[in-house]
Design a protein around this ligand. Structure first.
Ligand code: ATP
Ligand code: MG
Length: 556
């Protein structure tokens, strides 16, 4: 089922949204462009939002326009300031600039209400007093047209009086709603007199008790766009059927002189779906609430706060958004593409370090006790300008347990009795055995084999392993994060997505790290040679694995 197609990077003018923008600029419909990212402050942002952020801010930057960060805070009950703060933080972290301040739909409540009165006065809206059940029955279905409400023919004056009573708190929740008067027989159910205002005796996180009447999302959103002079209102495909109402509403308000032309154009694209994660707010909340993960910022979560702790970088996410492009067809993007984008960026920016994740002692029998020397180790193989660092070397080293075996399988080139390997940036050693009593691998060193000296070339070995000096290394916890789910499409069909959680998505080990790693600053990614990219964790100490060096899921 899983399509593992790797998408190659499209040339940057090839997507349909860029074509629309270029046409509008060429025809003179718009002098410049303005886009927006409109989150509802009712949760934390995830990778899907990152795609939308990169798209909206990216297009604005590319065409010399602006992108607003606008909180669509029209639903008082589910919204909180904490989400607002976290979303602002995430957008900035991704590297985008939304100008001096974020905008809020609630700042336009007065104007929206004025629009509602205009629609009532001009005969384009009415107050319906049916029960919710009656309204549902009258709405019809995909196959059957709807029927008019008995209240549909109230006069504009009667509607206006009722609307004002609703605004003034004289009616209970659900007693009346304001509806657009369009067409109850329309084949598009969204045009069957959609509700535009409902009574809700609820305090709002910004407007407090000023209102007990709140606009519906489908009414508020087009007005927000128009008020802000948005030229291209980019949203996900599920809003396609709302577009006729979006246009209807803006046309009516422009006719009435409440809005200026040109009006914004809604453009839909396919939302991001990713393999091996879930992106639904509801499912993510369930993972947190039921304790399957350690909070919203658990590094395994596809949230932006989780990504940051894991060590995913804004550059990597932006690269990912560009690589997958935009399309009109729903598809599931392979998680491996995201990981590749991270590897590519981290490869460029992460200094190399040595860390032994599953340590066993290696004793060099012919190396004097108490002696220490320093090996010159490059900080990045392709960046000579990053220089080298001195890494201490001594008689006892930590190496990976899997770099020794008493009984080598075919093709094993690392330590086994009689075999030689190079200790990276240091010496060639020959394994002499393993001592059960001290759980240590034994070896002898060839004094003239040191890397960087003329003698080094005389030794031809196939294995090249990393190490850390026992006397100098320090122990730290390292969390080896892996994919959160074991299957590409968690919860497909009727399955419970929680049964498909990857039990091995987090393994905590006590590693031995070279001393230089103590100096790693917050959010400074590093590569542990042969292992992958890691990110220091400010809260827990130690390091989190961001991504392995190679895709270990590709063959399965
Ligand atoms: P809700 O179900 O609460 O509406 P939402 O994920 O749509 O959840 P919003 O805050 O409304 O949350 O989303 C803000 C913006 O992010 C919207 O423009 C939405 O289209 C976009 N967005 C959300 N999820 C994705 C996704 N998976 N891919 C691309 N864009 C997304
Ligand atoms: Mg939404």
């Amino acid at each position: 089922m899983s399509s593992r197609s790797r998408i190659s990077q499209p040339p940057s003018s090839s997507n349909f949204i860029r074509q629309i923008i270029e046409t509008d600029l060429a025809s003179g419909k718009h002098q410049g462009i303005r886009t927006r990212f409109p989150p509802e402050p009712n949760g934390y942002l995830h990778f899907g939002h990152a795609k939308s952020i990169c798209l909206n801010f990216g297009l604005a930057a590319e065409y010399g326009g602006r992108c607003n960060l606008r909180f669509d805070d029209t639903n008082p009950e589910k919204e909180e300031q904490a989400y607002v703060d976290s979303i602002i933080d995430a957008v900035r972290w991704l590297g985008f600039d939304f100008g001096p301040q974020a905008l809020f739909a609630s700042d336009y409540f007065d104007f929206m209400y004025r629009c509602a009165e205009y629609l009532v006065e001009s005969g384009h809206a009415y107050v319906d007093s049916q029960s919710a059940d009656d309204m549902r029955h009258h709405r019809g279905s995909f196959t059957a047209p709807g029927r008019n409400s008995p209240y549909r023919d109230r006069s504009p004056a009667e509607n206006l009086a009722l609307l004002r009573e609703m605004r003034d708190g004289r009616h209970a929740d659900g007693a009346h709603v304001l509806r657009a008067k369009i067409d109850m027989a329309s084949p598009n159910i969204n045009l069957r007199d959609p509700a535009i205002y409902r009574i809700k005796q609820a305090a709002h996180h910004r407007t407090g008790d000023a209102w007990c009447l709140y606009p519906m999302y489908t009414f508020a959103h087009p007005i927000e766009d128009a008020v802000e002079g948005i030229t291209h209102s980019i949203c996900t495909l599920e809003f396609e059927d709302q577009r006729p109402f979006y246009d209807w509403l803006l046309e009516r308000l422009a006719e009435g002189g409440l809005l200026e032309r040109p009006l914004p154009q809604q453009i839909e694209f396919a939302r991001l779906n990713l393999t091996y994660v879930v992106l639904s707010k509801r499912k993510l909340a369930q993972l947190v609430q039921e304790g399957h993960v350690d909070g919203w910022d658990d590094p395994r979560m596809p949230t932006l706060m989780g990504a940051r702790r894991r060590g995913y970088t804004p550059e990597g996410l932006r690269r990912f958004a560009e690589r997958i492009g935009v399309s009109k067809a729903n598809q599931r993007i392979d998680f491996a593409i995201l990981e590749d984008c991270m590897r590519e960026h981290l490869n460029e920016v992460a200094p190399r370090r040595m860390a032994v994740l599953d340590p066993v002692r290696l004793v060099i029998e012919n190396y004097p006790e108490g002696r220490e020397e320093f090996c010159d180790v490059p900080n990045h193989p392709q960046r000579a300008d990053w220089g080298t660092r001195p890494v201490p070397f001594s008689r006892e080293l930590w190496i990976e347990r899997e770099d020794f075996t008493a009984t080598p399988p075919k093709g094993y080139f690392r330590l086994y009795p009689g075999n030689r390997v190079r200790l990276r940036y240091a010496y060639v050693v020959e394994c002499t055995g393993y001592d059960q009593a001290t759980d240590s691998v034994r070896c002898r060193v060839f004094e003239d084999s040191r890397s960087g000296t003329p003698g080094a070339a005389a030794y031809k070995v196939k294995g090249n392993i990393h190490w850390a000096s026992v006397a100098h290394a320090y122990a730290a916890s390292v969390r080896l994060y892996d994919r959160l789910f074991t299957v590409p499409n968690p919860g497909a069909g009727e399955r419970d997505f929680r049964l498909e959680l990857n039990p091995a998505s987090k393994e905590v080990v006590t590693a031995q790290l070279e001393p230089e790693l103590r100096a790693t600053k917050a959010l400074q990614p590093v590569q542990f040679e042969r292992h992958g990219y890691f990110n220091p964790d400010a809260a827990l100490g130690g390091f989190n694995r961001t991504v392995t060096l190679r895709d270990s899921w590709a063959k399965s």
